[in-house]
Design a protein around this ligand. Structure first.
Ligand code: SF4
Ligand code: SF4
Ligand code: FES
Length: 245
């Protein structure tokens, strides 16, 4: 005869941040499953244990960048992070991303993050009109190859939450915005080159990066904002020497 207790999935303790910046962790016992992601855990809590839990996700497949949280002390995308790889002593502690205002529970306000994209002139500035033919950009050109990886950024904010300079220098544009700027300065169709270089050469721009690579180590897409920022530093130095800044 079967023992009903053996049929029940075993549970594990999960501590989840509740409330605003003055909130506290609340513990839940969550059923443990094979191949379970951290996002599965949070979703279980919201659907079965406390429907008032606030969190954010959209695609569940690593494309939208909306599910980033702090998991056992490190910023991660939660939809592609398996519990097996991050649990410490069989437990999880899940908090909102660092360096951004907490709205509620696991949801942060991403506005300051994207305001810095705008400050780095991260918007494409077209030089052609709709009457022009499509631009032809050779995939093997040096400028295009320089951004083969960087265009894959999903804007998740994991690098931003992992960067110490963002913490102590609030006006620092941060790795994601600078990675975006590097993508655009190498886009031959864009016409905002000098204005963008001026923006990233200013205080809080690329020179504030200390090259300690936390962003690169943490990026779930395996991008290197550190390399993008190094490229920007070279461009800024060259422009300064030529007197074109
Ligand atoms: S390399 Fe630069 S941007 Fe990246 S974490 Fe370090 S200081 Fe921040
Ligand atoms: S560079 Fe990587 S970690 Fe940073 S926002 Fe883009 S995908 Fe996320
Ligand atoms: S839910 Fe879209 S990247 Fe995780």
């Amino acid at each position: 005869m079967q023992n009903p207790a053996e049929d029940r999935p075993r549970t594990f303790p999960v501590r989840i941040w509740r409330g605003d910046a003055n909130g506290a962790f609340q513990q839940f016992d969550v059923p443990r499953h094979a191949s379970q992601t951290v996002l599965d855990v949070v979703t279980h809590v919201q659907r079965h244990l406390d429907p008032s839990l606030a969190y954010r996700y959209a695609c569940r497949v690593g494309m939208c960048g909306s599910c980033a949280m702090t998991v056992n002390g490190k910023a991660r995308w939660t939809c592609r992070t398996h519990v097996d790889t991050v649990a410490v002593d069989g437990t999880l502690e899940i908090a909102p991303l660092n360096h951004l205002p907490i709205l509620r529970d696991l949801v942060v306000d991403m506005a300051p993050f994207f305001d810095k994209w705008a400050a780095a002139r991260g918007q494409f500035s077209a030089t052609a009109t709709r009457r022009d033919d499509f631009a032809k950009v050779s995939p093997s050109s040096p400028a295009r190859r320089a951004i083969d990886a960087t265009i894959e950024c999903i804007g998740c904010g994991v690098c931003y939450a992992s960067c110490d300079v963002v913490e102590w220098k609030p006006d620092y544009l941060g790795p994601a915005a600078l990675n975006r700027a590097w993508t655009l300065v190498n886009d031959v169709r864009d016409g905002d080159g000098v204005a963008r270089l001026r923006a990233i050469a200013a205080d809080g721009g690329c020179q504030s990066c200390h090259t300690h690579q936390s962003c690169t180590r943490s990026c779930p897409k395996h991008l290197s904002p550190t390399a993008s920022i190094a490229g920007l530093k070279r461009l800024v130095a060259r422009a300064a020497m030529k007197g074109t800044l």
